[in-house]
Ligand binder design. Sequence first.
Ligand code: 6PG
Length: 227
Amino acid sequence: MQQNSRWHIMETADQVALAVYEQILKAAEKAISDHGTFKLVLAGGSTPEKVYRLLAEAKADWFKWSIYYGDERCLPVDHKDRNSLMAVESFLKHVAIPEAQIFTIPAELGPDLGAKEYQAVVAAALPFDMVLLGMGEDGHTASLFPGHINQADELAHAIYNSPKPPPERVSISAKALSDTEHLIFLVTGANKQDAVKGWRAGDDLPVATIVPANPIDIYIDQAAYDI
Ligand code: 6PG
């Protein structure tokens, strides 16, 4: 299925973060008024932290929010490299989203058991209202890496031999990440330029396998876009 995308090019990474933050709040308001909840999948890595810090200061109907993670590294729950730790420290511990509505990936159980458990969580959650994703220098997203063969019909994958440490991870699948009303990619930094060029040239990259029914929105700074 062809990816339908809208590119939003901003001067700076701060402007990308502010624009995405505003889109999240807008989508939350609409989802809550439409069906009483806002199911948001958080991106991992470092790029989204600026967005999470803005959300930490926001006024929102937090009791109606549910939080999921696109992927998680198989590390102890309090490990400094856990995506969940970054999200809690920058955002979740500052807002009143009920603990029971924060669905952390149990990646500390290892790839197989973690994916098995999260498969059931994702199945109960779909469709998402908004999915946030980053992109790696090789065009990976979540923990979907170039050259990796995953079972397409799975909702969550056990990931081994990740080229980005740590090697073992759990990732929501392209199929499940695509089952969302809104999908936003956040891409910043000159080190992403080559992957952006490949993506725009139609290369077969994991970022290009995310194909929701609605167009995806790619928020990117000039440094990453510098075609
Ligand atoms: C992870 C992330 C990964 C990340 C990209 C971009 O667990 O590593 O989910 O997919 O989004 O690698 O990372 P940066 O935002 O740090 O560049």
